[in-house]
Design a protein around this ligand. Structure first.
Ligand SMILES: Cc1ncc(COP(=O)(O)O)c(C=O)c1O
Length: 390
């Protein structure tokens, strides 16, 4: 039996807050955060030894654990601070030319849209935000919608494995297959994936993949990774050129040297990843995730009814994991968010996606039915008052 009360106590979150936004920045259990602080203290005991020797060995051990967990070779992943960083490495290195196109969906994460737009505009290339029709109906239709935006100028397909404001699981494997069938490379933004749904990088066959460990793997902030297939590793130049470039004592992997040795920095957050994997195993995280998905789905219809909204996908494991986005018609969404937090102590994002708004709840081990009941009660009051909800 999983003791959810005990698990809840593990998290450092303020118990006064109804926390329904795990998706944005994760949250750290005590055990993992203590490991982080232990490592930082180790570092401060002997900074030279830690940063140049002991820590480097721990970093390799950590990559080995993460590689096993995500099913890839340990030298094919490098640690980066966040997915934006990973996208910038690839976009900056991609040698885009005037007229080239990057094909994405219209439901990507805003920061990644901006990164691609920036590098495309610099050289006269185009970042295409291809419309995916909502509600989602089938994997085939999603693939079809996306590839309507593909042509002979398309150099890369870039999509989220789980989208941000809409919280949708996209058919990443099928999209990679179709891109490859057309001879195009594929980059998957899996910021929300590790720790939320199983990830098998070998089976997925993406050419580039980024994941955030500090979200659903619950590690401290600033711990993410970039996976690159061997053939493209030499193409991925370091964003920060430092001692790892033309290293005095190169390792067997230029990819590792370039992206690991990036000047003086605290890389302790990366070192907590084995602890997080252990934590998830010890606490039967596959069962916890299934219970969370079930809470997400069993509450979906009543929120849709309350907000008089249509679902943006079938309510099933095929499209949903531990987040659910309800289309909402609201005035002043930023003020509405502040109002929910300041007046009711509910942390939940009101997210913009072009001209649409979504209220997205995330469910983690520390959440239970009471949290969603509280949200329902508050939304009912707000709907009646009409101040924010139209
Ligand atoms: C799809 C997606 N990509 C990337 C990110 C995170 O990127 P960053 O931490 O670099 O802002 C998020 C965060 O919510 C996301 O939802």
């Amino acid at each position: 039996m999983i003791n959810y009360k005990l698990l809840k106590q593990e998290f450092l979150l303020d118990p006064e807050i109804t926390y329904l936004n795990f998706g944005s920045f994760g949250a750290c259990p005590n055990l993992i955060f203590e490991e982080y602080q232990r490592l930082q203290k180790e570092l401060e005991k002997e900074p030279v030894q830690f940063i140049t020797r002991v820590g480097m060995k721990l970093l390799a051990d950590s990559r080995k654990s993460l590689a096993e967990y995500t099913h890839c070779e340990m030298d094919d992943i490098v640690y980066v601070m966040n997915p934006s960083y990973a996208v910038n490495i690839v976009a900056k290195s991609f040698n885009l030319k005037e007229g080239d196109e990057i094909l994405a969906t219209n439901i990507e994460y805003g920061a990644c849209d901006r990164a691609w737009d920036y590098y495309c505009k610099k050289v006269g290339a185009k970042y295409i935000r291809q419309k995916i029709n909502l509600p989602l109906n089938s994997k085939q239709e999603i693939v079809k919608d996306l590839f309507l935006g593909c042509n002979e100028k398309t150099r890369l397909v870039f999509i989220s494995h789980i989208t941000s404001s809409t919280g949708l699981k996209l058919p990443a494997k099928e999209i990679c297959q179709e891109a490859h069938r057309r001879g195009i490379m594929c980059f998957i933004d899996g910021a929300h994936v590790p720790g939320q749904i199983p990830l098998n990088l070998q089976d997925l066959d993406a050419d580039f993949y980024t994941g955030a460990c500090h979200k659903w793997m619950m590690t401290p902030k600033g711990s993410s990774f970039l996976f690159v297939k061997k053939d493209y590793q030499s193409m991925c130049e370091p964003l920060i050129v430092s001692w790892g470039y033309e290293a005095l004592f190169p390792s067997e992997s230029l990819f590792q040297d370039w992206h690991t040795i990036q000047g003086s920095r605290d890389f302790s957050a990366f070192l907590t990843i084995p602890k997080s994997i252990q934590f998830m195993q010890d606490n039967q995280w596959d069962k916890v995730a299934a219970r969370n998905r079930s809470l997400v789905q069993s509450n979906a219809v009543r929120f849709l009814n309350l907000l008089e909204a249509e679902p943006i996908c079938p309510i099933s494991d095929e499209y949903l994991a531990q987040m659910f986005s309800i289309p909402i018609k609201a005035k002043e969404p930023e003020n509405f968010y502040n109002h929910l937090f300041n007046n009711y102590k509910i942390e939940i994002p009101v997210m913009r996606q072009d001209d649409k708004l979504y209220l997205r709840y995330s469910i983690q081990a520390f959440n239970d039915q009471n949290d969603l009941d509280r949200l329902y009660e508050v939304l009912s009051i707000e709907k009646k008052s009409g101040t924010f909800i139209i």
